[in-house]
Design a protein around this ligand. Structure first.
Ligand SMILES: Nc1nc2c([nH]c(=O)n2[C@@H]2O[C@H](COP(=O)(O)OP(=O)(O)OP(=O)(O)O)[C@@H](O)[C@H]2O)c(=O)[nH]1
Ligand SMILES: [Mg+2]
Length: 132
């Protein structure tokens, strides 16, 4: 089984809300709400991948020192195994926008369950509820 490494982040605002981003309808798991991030490219560090994806997807600048590891997802999809470290970040530069046209939402931890998420993400929610 191919292991795919994806770096993701829970951006947390001053009110303790978490940012979710809606996957484009035409992609795998389209329409589901996910943590921003993406695939780590060959030779790339996960933190660098995340900083790159945050710029591309949300238009913000994040310093590596502001990425704190929280937990990870390990999930068997039909065609690959997802290994996804989840960081927490409370500081960034710029205004968070759906830079690729996607919907975004700031969500209170206890409301995360109201947003349909990929199966790999479900076990991550209690960690955020505990933290926040
Ligand atoms: N970013 C992100 N990906 C997730 C989450 N949960 C989850 O199962 N995934 C899966 O991890 C993979 C990440 O792929 P992606 O499509 O976001 O990758 P990417 O941003 O590099 O985009 P691209 O491959 O279209 O360039 C997808 O298979 C996606 O379904 C999540 O919370 N955030
Ligand atoms: Mg992505």
């Amino acid at each position: 089984m191919k292991i795919v490494l994806v770096a993701a982040v829970a951006l947390v605002d001053k009110d303790g809300r978490v940012l979710l981003s809606q996957r484009p309808m035409d992609k795998q798991l389209g329409g589901l709400w996910e943590f921003p991030g993406g695939k780590v490219e060959a030779g790339e560090r996960p933190e660098a991948a995340l900083i790159r994806e945050l710029k591309e997807e949300l238009g913000i600048d994040v310093a590596e020192s502001c990425l704190a590891p929280l937990t990870f997802a390990s999930h068997a999809y039909e065609d690959f195994h997802l290994l996804m470290p989840l960081y927490v970040c409370r500081r960034w530069k710029g205004q968070v926008v759906g830079a690729e046209g996607q919907a975004i939402a700031w969500v209170r931890p206890l409301k995360l369950k109201d947003y349909p998420m990929p199966p790999a993400d479900i076990p991550l929610i209690p960690h955020l509820v505990d933290l926040l």
